[in-house]
Structures are given as structure tokens and as C-alpha cells.
Design a protein around this ligand. Structure first.
Ligand SMILES: NC(=O)c1ccc[n+]([C@@H]2O[C@H](COP(=O)([O-])OP(=O)(O)OC[C@H]3O[C@@H](n4cnc5c(N)ncnc54)[C@H](OP(=O)(O)O)[C@@H]3O)[C@@H](O)[C@H]2O)c1
Length: 298
């Protein structure tokens, strides 16, 4: 092991945090020929499970051993633990370290930088719920990358080699970038949960709602992918069907008032896209806007 600032495909990689993201990235990196050789976690059992998925990877009980043995360390703990972990160990001059958080910037790794390490961030813009699904979900994923030139070049290379799409992020843009991911990944699932829950209001189950509605998601995704915004935006708002909108508002107010505010606000933010598409006249959009606003706090 050497002190180095040039990271390449022979650089020994360590992971601290043996969860869904760390496990998925490590398997993908190892499959792409990167030597993932050391792992540590809060519990030794997690580290052992992680190491068991990768050839020539050793689980360590003490995370300092991971830092001592690897030339580049990915901290893939929960966001709240990144700084604690970084503070807790001793770093070497020229060693590389990156965390996987989308919301936190590289500043969290300042304790390592103060000891001469070079720091970056490597965030996969994808929802991970297991290692098995995560490994399959990596191809095509965008990776938000922060760091100096050496780190960026290394992390961009890894992202490309595991079939992802690297993009560079400035620290000040990181939070909005993460908000966009949470809107699309997490809050879209909340929206789907709300839509499916509506089925309970007309004597069906939420599970039936999920089964009926979820095939719409790949169709919307495919439309977005092929024609983009605003062309993929469709429905009664784009058509200017104010009578249908009124019926929606009456039904939601009386049968699902807990979702009325969500419905109104989403519809309102959608109107400019319908106008931009050229399908909804600005005057009709204004009429719909006034109708929607009249149902606020009713
Ligand atoms: N999940 C996503 O969809 C997603 C997507 C992109 C990026 N990320 C980011 O990826 C990172 C990891 O998320 P995740 O979803 O993989 O979380 P996760 O599945 O909960 O895994 C976190 C891992 O960190 C370990 N850990 C927690 N505190 C620790 C500590 N003090 N010292 C050592 N290890 C510790 C846990 O250890 P034990 O298992 O040993 O208890 C666990 O294995 C986060 O920064 C997150 O923001 C997540």
C-alpha cells in the first residue's frame, strides 16, 4: 500500500458502512474489476455479509483497519454517521475518501482533509432497498460527483465502468440536486401511495389500487424519456377540461379532504407546463387556476 494521489483501477478500495448502497456499489465495482479489499461497519455481522459477496474482500471489526489497508475509502454509512466515522479514524497523506450522500457536501470529510487525505462525494441517483435489487438498478444511473480533479477523474471512471452516467456537482448545488432526486424517487412513491389509498374510498383495497395504478408509472417514465417535458404532460389539465377539474375538486373535498391540498397544489404547479406544451390556452389556464384556488382551505 502506498500513499498516492493518483487513483486508478489498481487502487485498493475499502468501504465503511455495509448497507444497501455500499453493498450494491461494492459488488458492481468488484464485477467491473476494481479491487474492493476491506470493509467495516457498525456491526461485524454486516461487514461479514458484505465481504461474503466479494472475492478477496476482508471484513474488519475495527474501521481503522479498513482505513489503514485501503488507498481509497468509501463511507457509505447513514448520512448522520459520516462525520462521526470520518472523525473517529486517522487518515494518511494522499489517501482518498468519498461519501455517498446526496444531500451532504464534501465538507463533511474535512477531518480527513486536515490530515492530508483528498475528499470527494459519489452519489448514485437511484433508490436502493437491497443489495440484490441495487446491483441490478445501477446501469443507467446518474452519479453526482464532487472533488478535486484527481478524485473526479477516478470517480467518473468508476461510474462509467459500472455503466452509470457521471455528472460533476458544485457543493452549493448539492441540496437542490438531492431535492430533485427525493421528489422523483421518494415523494413519487408517496404520491403513488396517496393515489392507491383513494381506492379505499370507493370500496376497493389499497393493494388493488397499487396493482391498477403502478403500470402507469413505467408508461409515464417512457413518455418522459422519449419526448421530455412538457410534451409528456397529459390529462384533463392539458386538455383544459374545466368541468372534469370541478368534479375532481368536489369529489376530493367530500371523500378525501386530507388529500385536497396536495391535489390543488400539484395541479397548480402543473398548469405552466400545460401552457408551455401549447395545448392549454393561457386564458383557460387562468380560469382553472382560479377554480383550484377557490377550493384552497374549503
Ligand atoms: N438508500 C438509497 O436509496 C440511497 C441512494 C443514494 C445514496 N444513499 C446514501 O448512501 C448512504 C448509505 O445509505 P443506505 O441506504 O445504504 O443505508 P443503510 O442501508 O441503512 O446502510 C447504512 C450502513 O451504515 C452502517 N453504519 C451506520 N452507522 C455507522 C457507524 N457509526 N459506523 C460504521 N457503520 C455505520 C450500518 O451498519 P450496520 O449494518 O453494521 O448496522 C449500515 O450497514 C447514505 O449516505 C445515503 O444518503 C442512499
Amino acid at each position: 500500500m502506498t500513499n498516492t494521489q493518483n487513483f486508478d483501477k489498481a487502487t485498493q478500495i475499502g468501504f465503511i458502512g455495509a448497507g444497501n448502497v455500499g453493498g450494491s456499489l461494492a459488488v458492481a465495482m468488484s464485477n467491473a474489476g476494481y479491487p474492493v479489499t476491506a470493509v467495516g461497519s457498525r456491526t461485524f455481522a454486516s461487514a461479514q455479509t458484505f465481504a461474503g459477496r466479494i472475492s478477496d474482500c476482508t471484513a474488519y471489526e475495527n474501521i481503522q483497519e479498513v482505513v489503514d489497508r485501503a488507498d481509497f475509502v468509501f463511507i457509505s454509512t447513514s448520512d448522520d454517521a459520516i462525520k462521526t466515522v470520518c472523525d473517529q479514524v486517522s487518515w494518511r497523506e494522499g489517501q482518498g475518501v468519498a461519501h455517498c450522500s446526496g444531500a451532504a457536501s464534501v465538507d463533511l470529510l474535512q477531518p480527513a482533509v486536515d490530515q492530508g487525505a483528498v475528499a470527494g462525494a459519489f452519489h448514485p441517483l437511484q433508490a436502493f432497498n437491497s443489495v440484490e435489487n441495487g446491483v441490478k438498478a445501477i446501469p443507467g444511473v446518474t452519479f453526482g460527483i464532487e472533488g478535486n480533479d484527481a478524485i473526479q477523474s477516478y470517480l467518473r471512471g468508476i461510474a462509467s465502468d459500472i455503466k452509470g452516467i457521471p455528472i460533476s456537482l458544485r457543493p452549493q448545488d448539492k441540496v437542490l440536486y438531492h431535492v430533485s432526486g427525493v421528489l422523483m424517487g421518494n415523494l413519487l412513491a408517496v404520491l403513488a401511495s396517496v393515489a392507491a389509498s383513494m381506492w379505499e374510498k370507493f370500496d376497493h383495497t389499497r393493494d388493488e389500487g397499487v396493482r391498477a395504478l403502478s403500470p402507469m408509472m413505467p408508461a409515464v417514465s417512457s413518455n418522459l424519456d422519449s419526448v421530455g417535458v412538457p410534451q409528456a404532460v397529459a390529462g384533463p389539465y392539458v386538455r383544459g377540461d374545466i368541468g372534469t377539474v370541478r368534479k375532481h375538486l368536489e369529489a376530493v373535498s367530500s371523500s378525501a379532504p386530507e388529500y385536497l391540498a396536495l391535489y390543488i397544489e400539484l395541479a397548480l404547479v402543473g398548469l405552466p407546463f400545460a401552457v408551455e406544451k401549447g395545448a392549454l390556452a393561457p386564458e383557460r389556464s387562468q380560469e382553472i387556476k382560479e377554480l383550484l384556488e377557490s377550493y384552497r382551505s374549503t
